[in-house]
Ligand binder design. Structure first.
Ligand SMILES: Cc1ncc(COP(=O)(O)O)c(C=O)c1O
Length: 459
């Protein structure tokens, strides 16, 4: 089968490839107003604030339904997803002597934010969704556990409803033991718009059982607007919570560390000291562009889901097993990536790694942007050298800090998460662009069929 001169598909830029006149006009509006700062300027039009309001309305909507005018969800825009994680953990009071439970398939920022807050990351194994396994949480909880951080990866939901009820049960027991509650921080950088079934709230139910957007189940959810994400402003992040007191802390900490007194809204950096600020404000340019992108999100998701369903069918027919969904009756995944497990084979570990690499290499020339998950850079815990080697930030913190001396039991080398490790050496994925024509879908099917039937038969 001839390799085309140009890649068949655009890269992994779901939102960016929808940029058009509306985004250009939004950016120009900010420039014409000479007001790129969110709180004031010669002609400030409060783009970031309007984006925060729209984002809350979107998150409160059910898929396909209208966005409600009001919601109990509070949103703070920041300048990156990494910044969102750092501010969120700070707002939750995470620091020296604390443990944060996190999955081993994530992005390095999920872990760097924990380390930057001087806490110890504790790895939790994954289930067949490749996200945090709710059944694996309890064994990792200690009196020092402060936060559980699920990271719905590549658009695929964790079993978040089950996870929330596991944490609620653990918290009920901790209350009786006089221990502080564990909070949930959802890192949804890669999964804006996904939805799942369950009850939000880590201590008491905060909404009815039903379908909710990911990021609204935990005490805090974060999102990223970096260029690979479902909507983008180049950079950007969002922090969301249903808890007014947490929102007050997030609002203060993302800025100069002062909370706004609603009686005195004139002071842009707040009036009441809460902590040390992170200086993570979003610019008006980002806010204006992201607001336009948000209005396109449903179409972006529709595009990815439609193409994903077709490609998933194709890989299934070729003998592969698509990544499991959290809930077969409620397919809330965004479809950003088509991940599939290669067929069972009588191969040792080295053989499986060689096979995965051969498949990714065979798909590469057609521009399908394949990844063999074992080689998926710093999305994989054991590929993160500073984690495996426990690099400190300063003064030895967190690894060599007296209050964290318990950490010697934490291991980060391959082998720490047996279930995930096996999934990573048997799973390959291809990117699903948000604007595929049916001709492109057909071409990708042809490539997959060629690779698995002719180029690499017997894989
Ligand atoms: C799971 C996850 N968390 C956090 C981040 C960090 O977001 P940002 O790149 O906006 O800092 C990313 C970005 O790729 C991510 O994928």
């Amino acid at each position: 089968m001839p390799v085309p001169e140009r890649p068949l598909l655009p890269g992994e830029f779901p939102g960016a490839i929808w940029y058009g006149e509306e985004e250009i006009e939004a950016a120009m509006r900010v420039l014409r107003n000479q007001s790129p700062f969110r709180y004031y300027g010669p002609g400030c039009s409060f783009e970031v604030r309007q984006f925060e309001v729209d984002f809350a309305r979107f998150l409160a909507s059910t898929p396909g339904g209208p966005w409600p005018e009001k919601s109990g969800i509070q949103v703070t825009a920041v300048n990156s997803g990494t910044g969102a994680l750092e501010v969120a953990l700070d707002a939750l009071g995470v620091g020296c002597g604390d443990e944060v439970l996190v999955q081993g398939f994530m992005w390095i920022s999920s872990i760097s934010a924990i380390v930057r807050n001087r806490a110890i990351p504790v790895l939790v194994d994954s289930d067949d969704t490749l996200n945090m396994d709710p059944a694996a949480i309890r064994a990792k909880v200690t009196p020092r556990t402060k936060v559980v951080m699920p990271v719905p990866m590549l658009g695929g939901c964790a079993r978040i409803g089950v996870l929330m009820s596991v944490v609620r049960d653990i918290n009920a027991e901790r209350r009786e033991q006089g221990l502080p509650s564990i909070r949930v921080l959802e890192d949804c950088a890669q999964s804006l718009g996904a939805h799942a079934w369950g009850i939000p709230g880590s201590i008491t139910p905060l909404a009815d059982e039903g379908i909710h957007r990911v990021g609204t189940f935990g005490d805090i959810g974060i999102f990223s607007l970096q260029i690979n994400k479902n909507i983008t402003a180049g950079e950007g992040g969002m922090i969301v919570t249903r808890d007014p007191e947490l929102h007050r802390r997030i609002d203060a900490l993302h800025n100069a560390g002062y909370a706004h007194d609603l009686e005195n809204p004139c002071n842009w950096y707040g009036d009441i000291p809460v902590g040390w600020g992170h200086g993570r404000r979003m610019t008006e340019l980002q806010g204006a562009i992201a607001r336009v992108q948000l209005a396109k999100l449903d179409r972006i998701l529709d595009g990815m889901r439609r193409s994903h369903a077709r490609l998933e069918d194709c890989v299934r027919k070729l003998g592969m097993t698509p990544r499991a969904r959290a809930d077969a009756d409620n397919p809330g995944d965004t479809g950003y990536y088509c991940l599939f497990q290669l067929p069972p084979a009588d191969l040792d570990e080295a053989g499986k790694i060689a096979r995965g690499r051969a498949v990714a290499r065979a798909l590469e020339p057609w521009g399908l942007h394949p990844w063999f998950l074992h080689d998926f850079e710093v999305h994989v815990y054991y590929n993160i050298v500073p984690l495996v080697e426990k690099w400190p930030i300063s003064n030895g913190c967190p690894w060599a800090c007296d209050r964290n001396s318990f950490h010697t039991a934490c291991r980060y080398e391959r082998g720490a998460l047996p279930r995930l490790d096996e999934a990573l050496i048997t799973t390959v994925g291809i990117n699903v662009p948000s604007r595929m024509t049916s001709q492109q879908e057909q071409q990708v099917e042809d490539v997959l069929t060629y690779v698995f039937k002719e180029a690499l038969p017997g894989v």
